[in-house]
Design a protein around this ligand. Structure first.
Ligand SMILES: C[S@@+](CC[C@H](N)C(=O)[O-])C[C@H]1O[C@@H](n2cnc3c(N)ncnc32)[C@H](O)[C@@H]1O
Length: 239
């Protein structure tokens, strides 16, 4: 994977904050180095602070949290938040995060939702645990990029339901103009070999935004191509 653009000065890894072993770090070879892994999390926390209103009194839902890269970033950048809730479908990642990163303000939940790439035996479901209107900042980094159009539409409805009235959802996706609405593993799109189901699902920009709108979400910010492997960042609000 190619790393996203930098944002702000690097921070040194804090030895008191546990880091997942390399094999549990989602996102590519450059994360082998602790410094790169920590600073990728810090960078995402900065993006959320600048664009999605992240602050210490906010309730954060990290959907598709992996082993807690954003949690590590928040702990380094700002210590804590009102509530950080990481949700993922991979038992080993969630178990590690529960054991090493959970505390009074940070929690992690395993869900058994189907994803052909990450949890092929899971149940068909678009549920994300949480009360309606309870999330100030929802983060979904490199999650929709591994989902079919029907899954994107289903989860967008869930996200709209979970967001607080002034909440924001920061979601990355592969989005381009003048391409077919949805293509799984588009040939020649990325400079890396695409392996296995749902490695890269690319959306047409207007199709993607109409899907969000139909689910009850409006675009409040968009930055094309600056995230991992050229994904784009959407910040969405309830409409
Ligand atoms: C490419 S990884 C990104 C992990 C993390 N967001 C990050 O940026 O480091 C995609 C993650 O989404 C998770 N995932 C896929 N489908 C999911 C679903 N339906 N619900 C929750 N997590 C899901 C995967 O298990 C995986 O950890």
């Amino acid at each position: 994977m190619n790393a996203p653009q930098r944002l702000g000065p690097d921070v040194e890894p804090d030895p008191s904050i546990p880091l997942p072993p390399y094999e549990l770090r989602m996102g590519g070879k450059h994360f082998k180095k602790d410094h790169a892994f920590v600073n990728a999390g810090v960078r995402d926390a900065r993006v959320l602070r600048q664009r999605a209103g992240l602050g210490r009194r906010k309730r954060v839902l990290d959907w598709g949290c992996g082993a807690g890269r954003l949690a590590v970033g928040i702990k380094h950048l700002m210590g804590d938040v009102e509530d950080y809730h990481g949700v993922d479908v991979q038992p080993t990642l969630v178990a590690w995060a529960q054991e090493h990163l959970a505390d009074d303000r940070f929690r992690f939940t395993l869900v058994d939702a189907h994803n052909a790439r990450y949890n092929p035996d899971g149940r068909p479901s678009y549920d994300i645990p949480g009360e309606d209107g309870s999330v100030d900042v929802l983060h979904g980094y490199s999650v929709l990029s591994h989902m079919t159009a029907s899954d994107v539409a289903g989860y967008a409805r869930t996200i709209a339901r979970l967001l607080a009235p002034d909440g924001r959802a920061a979601l990355t996706a592969f989005v381009e103009e003048e391409v077919p609405d949805c293509v799984e593993n588009p040939e020649g799109y990325l400079p890396i070999p695409l392996k296995g189901e749902l490695h890269c699902v690319r959306y047409e920009r207007h199709f993607f935004e109409a899907t969000m709108w139909d689910a009850g979400l409006a675009v409040s910010d968009f930055a094309h191509g600056r995230e991992t492997d050229g994904q784009s960042m959407y910040v969405l609000r309830r409409r």
